[in-house]
Design a binder for this molecule. Structure first.
Ligand SMILES: NC(=O)c1ccc[n+]([C@@H]2O[C@H](COP(=O)([O-])OP(=O)(O)OC[C@H]3O[C@@H](n4cnc5c(N)ncnc54)[C@H](O)[C@@H]3O)[C@@H](O)[C@H]2O)c1
Length: 663
């Protein structure tokens, strides 16, 4: 047994490990709001000490109290293991169950320094997207996974491993729930309070579900979005056209890369120089400017030469937009990906304040900080409105920009509707989700790039066949993804695990998965393949301002689909399932679910993949069809023709004239 394996099997060490100083080289989570009263602080300490024997409490209590005072949370820094946390070959993880080893690989990837936003605080992306609340939970979870068999299920309550429970081979090996609250306790400050108490966490979408694959997932989604945004305004070629946005963080960092793949010139503003540095060092952005005049003259040159290039403005996005508006600079496409789902705790930085001053103010003077954010949002919208009047197409990219701008009193409403569409309303919903196209991803459990190359080849072969046979309604979607997968290797998208993503419908996902399973069985792929998706999908997520923003029958404020999805996946063969409150647009604003599934080349895997993937997509199409979405009515009828056991209720459409006569 290697020392790495021995440490995992040991779980929480018997002896208290040495104290670790805070590493200034690492990007740390901002200090959280001091929200607990004295009594609640005692409760938070009692809660944290539950993981350790009584004899150690005297030594640990002072340190944990210090962490609570200094950072607003108890992370238990000294328990961070000394080995490198990253994706490895699944056999390197000590295990009795291959599926459990696959889950260790996936969650380790979410905490890899090259992947995670604030690895020491166990945050993968989005400022607060947590894998676990503290290091004790990580250690305990890894220990349970290392010892569990295929007849047990590990239950995780917001990062806390409740324990191993007897189950059976077809059951999920892990069931994850994150941030599930009694609905009346789901306001942003409830997250602050209950997270500080150590009883809940914000799992985002793929952070607490172990399905994050670095920025590749969003590079793909953004490429498809930017291409289709261009098509919406009649641009089939984005050469020389300008896309302006903000954010180079965990997900937003994908925007410049995606715009480049789509062939555009892009400017992305980023206030945090550490985030800019990371993306620049990775080669995901080409040139960085602090001077707006220099930046704009370089932009003009790039447009004239039709360079596909990603430029960065190192500064506040509002300064950039105001400059563009003052100069009436021609911008074809505009968006924003600051973390507005988390506006009061570091997701959105106000103009005219340094990063340090903002960080201090949000912790020490939260009301003043809130005012500064809202004032900046009003300025932000004013500049965007001017450019849109001059022809720009602006879309909300799923970060709650429109929602928070409206709450800030910005000029963003037309009657009771937002002035601008969310990208799901205009693009992703009607063009992709309603037809079942969504983020299908996989990770090679060998951690070997050769296997990834082989899976790319297989997926290309399947999609090329499908494109040749496809009806016109879905041909473009398949062709965009075929182009994407053909270029995927040369675009060097892998950060962390050997992972790939593309959009496919139910048929595409099943056909690709079947082909992978066969390749694992005959040894063409050297180890199992782990399937999954992000929660930003056809069926997994109920989110009225994002994934379900193109549902117009009133049911966009219900969450039955996400819950049904996870329950359905769990008894159809998923290796793990997860259900979360929050994610993308914020705590209390969305319920989202996901799954992971290991294909080990067996007949069992073949049976499970067909059953589960079919449900995982068609559940959402059925619901979208019931909401009268045209594409979904088409897609569900087609699915019923292909599978006689599927029988879905189809809506009768009402003639609007009948209603008009009534009122
Ligand atoms: N559309 C989608 O599919 C999708 C997917 C994932 C995430 N999201 C949402 O997008 C947002 C961004 O996600 P992320 O993971 O990149 O978050 P992040 O916090 O890692 O990155 C946001 C970046 O914006 C920068 N920023 C904040 N205010 C700024 C300002 N005023 N000017 C310039 N830069 C500023 C921050 O410094 C940070 O680097 C989140 O709200 C997330 O929920 C959308």
């Amino acid at each position: 047994m290697t020392s790495f394996q021995a440490q995992i099997k040991a779980g929480i060490p018997e002896e208290i490990p040495p104290k670790q100083a805070l590493d200034p080289e690492i990007n740390h989570a901002p200090r959280r709001k001091d929200i607990l009263n004295a009594e609640e602080k005692q409760l938070a300490l009692k809660n944290a000490l539950r993981y350790f024997p009584k004899a150690q409490h005297g030594e640990l209590i002072k340190e944990f109290y210090q962490e609570l005072k200094e950072y607003g949370r108890i992370y238990m820094y000294r328990y961070r293991p000394e080995y490198e946390i990253k994706a490895r070959h699944l056999d390197d993880f000590p295990h009795q169950s291959k599926q459990a080893a696959g889950i260790m690989l996936m969650l380790s990837n979410n905490l890899d320094y090259a992947v995670a936003q604030h690895p020491h605080e166990l945050i993968t992306y989005g400022g607060n997207g947590a894998v676990f609340q503290n290091w004790a939970q990580y250690l305990l979870c890894m220990q349970y996974l290392s010892e569990m068999t295929d007849e047990q299920t590990l239950v995780l309550y917001s990062g806390h491993p409740m324990g191993l429970f007897p189950s059976h081979k077809d059951a999920p090996r892990v069931v994850v729930s994150n941030g599930m609250m009694i609905p009346n306790y789901s306001k942003p400050d409830d997250w602050e309070r209950f997270n500080a108490l150590g009883v809940t966490q914000f799992g985002q979408m793929t952070a607490g579900s172990f399905m994050y694959i670095g920025p590749q997932g969003i590079v793909h989604g953004t490429t498809i979005t930017v291409l289709n945004a261009g098509r919406k305004i009649g641009l089939s070629d984005l050469g020389g056209k300008l896309f302006v946005t903000a954010g180079l963080g965990g997900m937003s960092g994908a925007q410049p890369k995606a715009a480049k793949i789509a062939g555009a010139v892009s400017i992305t503003a980023e206030i945090n120089s550490k985030a800019t540095h990371t993306r620049h060092a990775q080669g995901w952005v080409d040139e960085v400017y602090q001077d707006l005049d220099e930046l704009l003259s370089r932009t003009k040159e790039a447009q004239a030469n039709k360079e596909a290039i990603s430029l960065v403005y190192q500064g506040n996005v509002v300064d950039l937009w105001e400059k563009l508006a003052r100069e009436s600079f021609k911008v074809e496409l505009g968006s924003d990906q600051t973390s507005l789902h988390n506006p009061w705790a570091g997701g959105y930085y106000p103009a005219d304040l340094s990063l340090e001053e903002s960080n201090r103010m949000m912790a020490e003077e939260p009301e003043k900080f809130k005012k500064a954010v809202q004032e900046t949002l009003r300025r932000h919208v004013e500049a965007i409105n001017k450019l849109c009047d001059e022809g720009m197409y602006f879309f909300d990219y799923g970060n709650a920009f429109l929602l928070e701008a409206s709450r800030a009193g910005a000029d963003i409403m037309e009657g009771n509707k937002f002035k601008y569409p969310s990208y799901v309303q205009d693009i992703m919903g009607p063009m992709c989700f309603d037809y079942g196209f969504g983020p299908f991803r996989w990770v090679c459990a060998s951690n070997d790039p050769k296997d990834l190359k082989e899976t790319d080849r297989i997926a290309t072969e399947v999609l090329a066949k499908m494109a040749a046979e496809a009806p016109k309604e879905i041909k473009q979607q398949i062709e965009d993804n075929l182009k994407w997968i053909r270029q995927a290797e040369e675009n060097k998208l892998v950060v962390g695990s050997q992972a790939r993503i593309l959009y496919a419908d139910a048929e595409g996902r099943i056909r690709i998965a079947e082909a992978f399973n066969k390749a694992v069985a005959n040894g063409t792929i050297s180890a199992p393949v782990i399937l999954g998706r992000d929660h930003h999908d056809v069926s997994g997520t109920d989110s009225p301002y994002r994934e379900t923003s193109n549902i117009y029958d009133g049911s966009q404020f219900t969450a039955d689909m996400a819950i049904q999805n996870v329950i359905g996946d769990s008894f159809r063969g998923a290796s793990w399932v997860s259900i979360h409150n929050g994610g993308g647009v914020g705590w209390g604003e969305v319920i989202n679910g996901g799954f992971g599934m290991m294909l080990d080349g067996s007949e069992d895997s073949d049976r499970r993949l067909k059953s589960m993937l079919h449900w995982d997509v068609n559940n959402g199409i059925a619901r979208r069809n019931w909401a009268r979405n045209e594409g979904a009515i088409y897609a569900i009828k087609r699915a019923m023709e292909a599978e006689p056991r599927l029988k879905v209720t189809v809506p009768n459409l009402v003639d609007d004239k009948d209603l008009e006569n009534l009122f």
